[in-house]
Design a binder for this molecule. Structure first.
Ligand code: BGP
Length: 458
């Protein structure tokens, strides 16, 4: 039997834009996702947009009971910036009532709300001015954060600023799958830097608010790099990849410094962002209390086959590597490699002074889950249980080795809407029938999770 530490957090994560729905109700203004869908619905799987998603705005009270039903003692979701402050300045009382009622309902059922501020949902009014491209975004965000802490700080003790900042940065400015879908390295770095400063300023506001027993952190996607070989070129590829995708936010958020190697690379490729004089001090003084790490897949790297010399950019130092032994989740196209969780646990212990951290997302998205429906209407998602077990075993090994991990959250609780993918891949403990008023039905994995949390292990 594998046992986890006392008071371990068991739960799930989700976000406002992926679950709430009511995208144009209750005084909410549009985010980039609402607008992008209006402008280009054809980009979204089966034209599934963010208007209704899983209807949590109307079904949250029953949902909170469901959380308890499957043994969750904690749940992370986000506040929609566009709901709380529709124009960036004016407080929306309807939003305050909704979130206060939602968080209170969780507390009444013994489910701790962990609340995040930004989950890819940039307000449209701000995007029209340039979004994270402009320095003013930093202060707009800091103001939003301050308002959220003031309005809900009595109910919410654990706060996080951003979910996976690297995702809106890279997807929005390199890969084309988030608005504004630009392809511009220099802008991407600037957007990344403003995001970091927005985080730092939010932490500063948090400290000023002095929320009793309050703690603040950030949620980062962690995809550690594994090199094809031990050759110096392949190892350099790993170093470059980790600096870009792992240390770029972990270092400043936990240690208060930007990694030297990353700065050196940005300088080499003439990509250094504009900074302000007091930024360095602000970064150093506003480190976090805890970290959430979303882990789905590793990064496999090698040295590029035909790099330009001297290298002109990151692409001349690191390339993707197709590891022949990989095991895949074919629906999402992501490698399944639980062993990385152990490595991540040790990295947190050794490189990040064993700061408290938790697995803030881990999960398996599967398409067409109706295939696994029994006559009684239950989805037999044994693959999901297997996936969680394998990851928990590795995590447990890391905890045994002394890593300060305090919880394991899955993605996700009820099936939810996923960006351009709509409802294609399902991750939830509860199936959501989007044809039938988003009716929820528990899957086999929900039952298993209940047992897991009751026994604090398996
Ligand atoms: C994470 C995001 C989530 C969620 C999840 C699953 O990166 O924080 O918002 O969507 O991945 O990924 P996807 O929905 O793309 O299948």
């Amino acid at each position: 039997m594998i046992k986890f530490p006392k008071d371990f957090l068991w739960g799930s994560a989700a976000s406002a834009p992926q679950t709430e729905g009511a995208a144009a109700m209750g005084g909410k203004s549009p985010s980039t996702w609402d607008k992008w869908f209006e402008l280009n619905p054809e980009l979204f799987n089966q034209n599934q947009g963010p208007e209704i998603t899983s209807d949590v705005y109307h079904q949250y009270r029953e949902d909170v009971k469901r959380m308890k039903e499957i043994g969750m003692n904690s749940y992370r979701t986000s506040i929609a910036w566009t709901r709380l402050l529709p124009d960036g300045k004016t407080l929306n009382e309807e939003a305050v009532r909704f979130y206060r009622d939602y968080f209170t309902a969780m507390l009444e059922e013994g489910v701790e709300p962990i609340i995040n501020l930004f989950h890819f949902d940039m307000p449209w009014w701000l995007m029209e001015q340039g979004g994270w491209e402009i320095r003013a975004s930093v202060e707009h965000f800091a103001y939003y954060a301050k308002v959220a802490f003031e309005q809900f700080g009595d109910l919410v003790k654990r706060w996080t600023t951003f979910n996976e900042p690297l995702v809106h940065i890279e997807c929005g400015y390199l890969l084309g799958c988030h608005y504004p879908a630009k392809n511009d390295w220099r802008l991407m770095v600037q957007v990344g830097y403003h995001t970091l400063m927005a985080h730092v300023r939010a932490v500063e506001e948090f400290r000023k608010c002095q929320i009793e027993h309050g703690e603040i952190g950030i949620i980062l996607n962690v995809s550690p790099a594994y090199a094809r070989s031990q050759s110096p070129e392949d190892l350099l590829a790993k170093e470059v990849s980790d600096n870009r995708s792992v240390y770029s936010f972990l270092d400043p958020c936990v240690l208060g410094t930007v990694p030297e190697k990353l700065v050196e690379l940005l300088k080499q490729f003439d990509l250094l962002p504009f900074v302000e004089e007091t930024d360095e001090k602000l970064i150093a003084e506003n480190t976090v209390d805890f970290i959430g790490l979303n882990y789905y897949q590793p990064t496999r790297v090698k040295a590029p086959d035909h790099p330009q010399t001297p290298p002109q950019g990151f692409r001349d130092l690191v390339a993707g590597y197709d590891w022949p032994e990989k095991k895949m989740n074919p629906y999402r196209g992501w490698e399944i490699y639980p062993e990385a969780l152990y490595d991540v646990a040790l990295m947190m212990k050794e490189k990040y002074h064993n700061i408290p951290w938790y697995v803030s997302e881990n999960g398996m998205g599967v398409a067409d889950e109706e295939r696994f429906l029994t006559e009684e209407g239950e989805i037999q998602d044994d693959y999901r249980i297997e996936f969680m077990k394998e990851h928990l075993e590795q995590l447990h090994k890391g905890i045994e080795a002394g890593s300060n991990c305090f919880g394991y959250h899955t993605w996700t609780f009820v099936d939810c809407w996923s960006w351009l993918n709509g409802y294609r891949n399902r991750y939830g403990f509860y199936r959501v029938d989007i044809e039938d008023n988003c009716k929820r039905t528990m899957k086999l994995s929900g039952k298993w999770y209940k047992q897991l949390s009751e026994q604090n292990g398996f």
